[in-house]
Design a protein around this ligand. Structure first.
Ligand SMILES: NC(=O)c1ccc[n+]([C@@H]2O[C@H](COP(=O)([O-])OP(=O)(O)OC[C@H]3O[C@@H](n4cnc5c(N)ncnc54)[C@H](OP(=O)(O)O)[C@@H]3O)[C@@H](O)[C@H]2O)c1
Length: 249
């Protein structure tokens, strides 16, 4: 089935890999992020993948941290594509935020992008789906949603908030025939994760994208990336003792 998908944060990392994976499966693409030049370059690269068998991707420059500007641009993108079947809220940022060391502006940036802005874009997509009577909302959360990681308090809070919201959306929208998928990646080799080799079970972005798109096609409510071993380990995430984090930092 040909689907039309919009991906935020498509210019790099997991979002870019998702664009390639969806293009390989013949999906029609809408790509959004702040860097138009990177999106235009990606569009050209995707043309080589689809070799003229699919229409070129449509791109939209937008900053999810500014919902007043982003939402109308997103709605225009939905319209330009003639309707959207899948919306992947992937755009996200991270930085170290040391508590009590003047790091609140950084925390605010993270929450504004990963939580407030992401919810605004998903609200816009949900309204589009409700009007059409079908659709699939996908939120890229994180295993960090399940933990309290030192120097990552705001990031963990942003993803925990996003995961909670996705759970409510699944119940509310499920009644209207709209699917909701929460994605919890572990460690994926991208710009957001410098030194990814330090972390356990890290995978490449293209492998992550394959797992995520497989999960979307199966309309899974939760996609853990990679599935093994995180599916087995994630029930224990809240049991990690404080001393284990102190030793690492
Ligand atoms: N990498 C990991 O290990 C990992 C693990 C768990 C969850 N995640 C989540 O996966 C998602 C993608 O992360 P990534 O690892 O692929 O990071 P990345 O390589 O840094 O890519 C982030 C993407 O988000 C876009 N973006 C950032 N702020 C934005 C904004 N305000 N408005 C619009 N687009 C924005 C960036 O594009 P522009 O700069 O062009 O705007 C870029 O395309 C994030 O939500 C992240 O939290 C990643």
């Amino acid at each position: 089935m040909t689907r039309t998908v919009v991906i935020t944060g498509a210019s790099a990392g997991i979002g870019r890999a998702l664009a390639f994976e969806c293009a390989r499966r013949g999906w029609r693409l809408g790509l959004a992020s702040r860097r138009r030049d990177a999106l235009e370059t990606l569009r050209g690269e995707l043309d080589a993948v689809t070799a003229g068998h699919a229409p070129p991707a449509t791109v939209a420059e937008l900053d999810v941290a500014d919902p007043a500007g982003a939402v109308p641009r997103l709605q225009a993108l939905f319209e330009a594509l003639g309707g959207v079947d899948v919306f992947i809220a992937n755009a996200g940022v991270n930085e170290f935020t040391r508590i009590g060391k003047g790091g609140f502006p950084g925390s605010q940036r993270i929450l504004q992008t990963n939580l407030i802005g992401t919810l605004a874009t998903m609200e816009a997509a949900a309204a589009h789906f409700v009007a059409r009577g079908h659709g699939h909302l996908v939120g890229i959360s994180s295993l960090a949603a399940l933990m309290s990681i030192p120097t990552q308090g705001a990031y963990c809070a942003s993803k925990a908030g996003l995961s909670s919201w996705l759970g409510a959306a699944r119940i509310e929208l499920g009644r209207q025939g709209i699917a909701v998928t929460e994605v919890q990646p572990g460690f994926v080799d991208t710009e957001i994760m410098p030194d990814v080799g330090r972390y356990p079970f890290a995978i490449k972005a293209d492998a992550a994208a394959r797992t995520i798109v497989d999960g979307i096609e199966r309309r899974r409510r939760l996609v853990v990336v990679p599935g093994f071993p995180w599916r087995l380990l994630r029930p224990f995430a809240r049991m990690i003792p404080d001393s284990a984090w102190r030793r690492r930092r």
